[in-house]
Design a binder for this molecule. Structure first.
Ligand code: PLP
Length: 379
């Protein structure tokens, strides 16, 4: 037998309360049974997003929320400024190009965060830029971009909206949508929200809704104006993913019991302990600055393949963490501490890394990382 531990930056483990709630018989999405369910989800998401506006619930993975945020607020030929600091930044560029936006990139070496002044300069140089696209947490490199400062810069530009992919950052980082002035804030179910894959969430500011009025890009499945109208009646345009929304309400209940500030604090503490433990093992962080609270990206020691570390963790010890993506493939491995994660997820991950590296012939003092993690997580 091999007991499995899911420590990947999505999908993440789902709490039993949500699993059990999702096991109940299916209700019909147009029946009165469903209206209070969606109403609760709507209110819960507003709380999580720290916004007074409705947050759209889309039946798709997170990327669907990204695609919809391009084709609903922009038109062919519009200029997009993409902060490309990793695999998911690159995805913004690909989606914008697929909808015939004109893309200008701020390219950042993997492992580094964007300098907000570079965004400010680019916007000054070209006021025709319609949208600034970024990740809050760039999952491929473990970097958190300074969303608060970036929002304050874009907010000053009347003709520009700020579009944030927070799919791996929601719940792990404080993102004050209304207060900071984030225009479009995208989340996904299978990360910090502790749900199975299949839902995207999109928070939209009044400024962004004005952009939607002018958008001429083709829309059918991802039609946010129609979703907004449906949501006002506690409906979604097409068949609602009732099971996932029932699970969402359970997960929001768990988070409300914990409190939003405490959830951010928990992620910060777990991330810090993971980083310090990894260093105590003698490993180097791949992330060079501004590390994310969601995932820790670690360089594979010289002579070892990051994908092999990931594979050994999974095959020998049942721990599913993550390898590298794109240009970092083979060079790194990643450990998530996201969503339904606590002290012993970190201890498990660190112990697993120590044992795996030792098993691969790398000199490790067993327990060195675990001791540091225990110290930092002592209550
Ligand atoms: C996981 C993730 C996505 C979306 O992935 P899906 O597979 O479409 O759910 C997008 N951006 C970031 C930063 C992510 O971590």
């Amino acid at each position: 037998m091999l007991k499995r531990y899911l420590l990947a930056p999505g999908p993440t483990p789902v709490p039993s309360e949500a699993l059990l709630a999702m096991a109940m018989p299916i209700i019909h999405h147009r029946s009165p049974d469903f209206l209070p369910v969606l109403d609760a989800a709507k209110n819960g998401l507003k709380w999580l997003y720290q916004t007074k506006n409705d947050v759209l619930i889309i039946c798709s993975t997170g990327t669907g929320g990204m695609v919809g945020s391009v084709n609903n607020f922009f038109s062919p030929g519009d200029k997009a400024l993409v902060i490309n600091a990793g695999n998911f930044g690159e995805r913004w560029t690909k989606i914008c190009k697929a909808y015939n936006l004109y893309v200008e990139e701020i390219k950042i070496d993997w492992g580094y965060a964007v300098k907000p002044e570079d965004v400010e300069k680019a916007l000054k140089k070209d006021p025709s830029i319609k949208g600034v696209f970024v990740q809050a947490s760039e999952t491929s490199t473990g970097v958190y971009h300074d969303i608060k400062t970036l929002a304050s810069i874009v907010k000053k530009c009347k003709n520009t909206i700020f579009v944030v992919d927070a799919i791996s950052a929601l719940v792990a980082h404080d993102l004050k949508m209304d207060e900071w002035g984030i225009d479009v804030l995208i989340g996904g179910s299978q990360k910090g929200l502790m749900l199975p894959p299949g839902l995207a969430f999109v928070g939209v500011s009044e400024k962004a809704w004005k952009f939607a009025e002018k958008s001429t890009s083709p829309k059918f499945y991802f039609n946010f104006k129609k979703e907004r109208e449906s949501l006002a009646k506690n409906q979604t345009n097409f068949t609602s993913p009732v099971t996932l929304i029932i699970g969402l309400n359970e997960c929001i209940k768990i988070l409300q019991k914990e409190g939003l500030e405490n959830a951010f604090k928990r992620h910060e503490t777990l991330a810090h302990a993971t980083r310090e433990a990894v260093k105590a093992i003698g490993l180097e962080m791949f992330t060079k600055e501004s590390p994310s609270n969601s995932v820790t990206a670690v360089n594979a020691p010289k002579g070892l393949d990051g994908q092999e570390i990931y594979k050994n963790l999974r095959v020998k010890y049942g721990i599913t963490a993550a390898g590298g993506q794109g240009q970092a493939k083979g060079k790194i491995f990643r450990i998530a501490h996201l969503g339904y994660a606590d002290t012993f997820d970190v201890i498990t991950a660190i112990a697993g890394v120590e044992m795996t590296l030792k098993g691969m012939g790398h000199p490790v003092k067993l327990g060195a990382g675990v001791a540091v993690a225990e110290e930092l997580l002592l209550k």
